[in-house]
Design a protein around this ligand. Structure first.
Ligand SMILES: *Cc1c(COP(=O)(O)O)cnc(C)c1O
Length: 231
């Protein structure tokens, strides 16, 4: 098992390098949802320090299980976060990738203020307006970010999207390009509490295309750890 993950990672690294001929820094989030503590330990041993989970409860369980390693792990909450779960997550993450509503922003601000913390998030954008996906529409992003100026404890550090699943990953290219354009536009248009540093796009199916289109943060599960057990 360990060796398989290692081989997968070496292969993935090569593919990332190929999609990134200029050698820009690309952060890899190892998505360990449904996987065990051992899998996370293996990822850490390979130098993968950014660990992503998509469910608050599973994240908190794993966080506690690995509390003794917390200096070595940077946790990323990448899935939709319900407001009643915010209190369990605040203070434990390097980045929440799934800021997808004003109500969630207010709850994060409130909890972060209560603990005297500053919480880094990414604005999740639903580029293709899929009903099944969370996120702010592209054309609403600027006004949403203006509204973030009033917050003292929640910070926006970039954008995140999930492309639709296509049999042919080439079809995701436009979605990634549209988000990169917004990212570049927002870089020139500074708001309080908003910095465009991370562009989190690309999953196992489409990360090479996302990187070609300017992603600097990819969220990888299956390509590193194999297919997840069907729940
Ligand atoms: C599961 C998940 C991923 C990783 O998906 P893979 O196809 O396994 O690479 C990335 N982002 C989010 C939000 C996810 O829930």
């Amino acid at each position: 098992m360990n060796n398989t993950i290692k081989e997968n990672w070496l292969d993935t690294k090569q593919r990332i390098d190929k999609a990134n001929p200029d050698g820009k820094e690309i952060t890899v989030i190892a998505v360990t949802k449904t996987h065990s503590r051992e899998t996370i330990e293996t990822a850490l041993s390979l130098g993968l320090t950014e660990i992503g989970e998509n469910k608050a409860q599973e994240f908190v369980d794993k966080y506690e299980m690995l509390e003794s390693r917390k200096e070595n792990i940077h946790w990323h909450m990448i899935g939709h976060l319900q407001r009643n779960k915010v209190k369990y997550v605040v203070g434990k993450t390097r980045l929440i990738h799934s800021l997808d509503s004003m109500r969630l922003a207010k709850e994060i601000e409130k909890r972060a203020a209560g603990e005297g913390l500053s919480v880094d998030t990414l604005l999740q954008v639903n580029v293709v307006k899929e009903d099944s996906k969370y996120g702010i529409f592209l054309e609403d992003a600027v006004s949403f970010l203006k509204n973030m100026e009033k917050f003292q404890h929640l910070r926006i550090r970039g954008l995140m999207t999930m492309a639709p699943y296509y049999e042919d990953p080439e079809k995701t290219r436009k979605c990634f390009r549209d988000l990169k354009n917004l990212f570049d536009q927002l870089k020139k248009e500074p708001f309080q509490n908003v910095q465009m540093e991370h562009l989190s796009m690309g999953m196992s199916n489409d990360y090479e295309i996302a990187i070609e289109e300017g992603s600097n943060m990819v969220r990888l599960g299956r390509t590193l750890f194999g297919e997840r057990p069907k729940l």
